[in-house]
Ligand binder design. Sequence first.
Ligand code: PLP
Length: 295
Amino acid sequence: MKPKYYAEPFKIKMVEPIRVLTAEERLEKIKAANYNLFYLDSEDVYIDLLSDSGTGAMSTAQWAGMMTGDKAYSGSKGYKKLVEIAQDIFGYKYIQPVHQGRAAEKVVLPLLLGPGKYAISNMHFDTTRAHVEIAGGRAIDCVVAEALDTETYSPFKGNMDIDKLKSLIEEYGAENIGVIIMTITNNSAGGQPVSMKNIRETADIADKYNIPLLIDAARFAENAYFIKEREAGYKDKSIREIVREIFSYAKIFTMSSKKDALVNIGGLIGVRDDRGLFEQIKLRTIPTAKLEPIR
Ligand SMILES: Cc1ncc(COP(=O)(O)O)c(C=O)c1O
C-alpha cells in the first residue's frame, strides 16, 4: 500500500513575514483592483493561490551555488555551468538563459511568427498567447476534448488533439503555421500531463509539414513523472531518460525555471541544433552577441 503522505525530506530554514488584512480591508482592496486579482499587491494577499511559480524555498546547495558563482559582467563561470548542465539535461546544443519564461517567449516567438501566421498549441499559457499576438500571429488551442470534462478521469488530459491538428494545418495551410507549441504539463488545462505517444505523434506531424515544434517546458519534470507513472513502457526508465526522449522530438524550447527548476526567478531558451536560429536568438537577447563566437 502506498502511504497517503510522504514526510518531507528537508528542513525549511527561512521565514518571510506576511500579514492578514481584515475582511473589510480585503474587500476594499479587491474593489480598488476592479475585481481583477492581477492588480492586487502581493503584500495584501495572505494565502496566494494565483501560482506556485517562484514561491518554493531553494535548497542549501542552490544558495551555496549563488555564493560560489561568479557574476562577472561577461564570460562568467556561473553562466557556463548553467549552460552545460542544461545541455546535459535536455540534450540541446544551444542554451540561452533569460530572466523568466515570458522573456524566452518574447525573444523566440517573433522569429517564428508574424502577421497572418498561426501558432497551434495543446493550449497556450496566457503569457505565450500574449507573445504570439504581440508578434502579429494568432493563437489556436487544440487540446483533446477530455480536457474540458472535469467529471471523468483520463491519464493524459493535456494531450494535443491529433486529428484536429491535422485538419487545422490543412485548413490554414502549412506555410501559414509558424510554430506548433506543446505545453508540458498543460497549465491552462489544469496542469494535466501530455503522453510521450502524443508528443511523438505531434512531432511526426510537425516534421511532415516542416513546421517547428516548440516545447513550453515549465513543468517538464512533473510531466516526465506522469509518463513514468501512467504510460506503458516507461515505468523502468529514469526521469532523466524520459526528459531526454521528450526533448528529442522538438526543435526549440522555452522554459520558465520558476516551476520545476525550483528557482525563484529565471528562464531558458534551448535550440536543439539549428545554429542559424540560435544566432538570431543571441542577437535578440544580447545585442553585442554577433561579436562573440558561438560555441
Ligand atoms: C506553461 C507556462 N509557460 C510560460 C510561463 C511564463 O513563465 P514566467 O512566469 O517565468 O514568465 C508559465 C508561468 O508563468 C507557464 O506555466
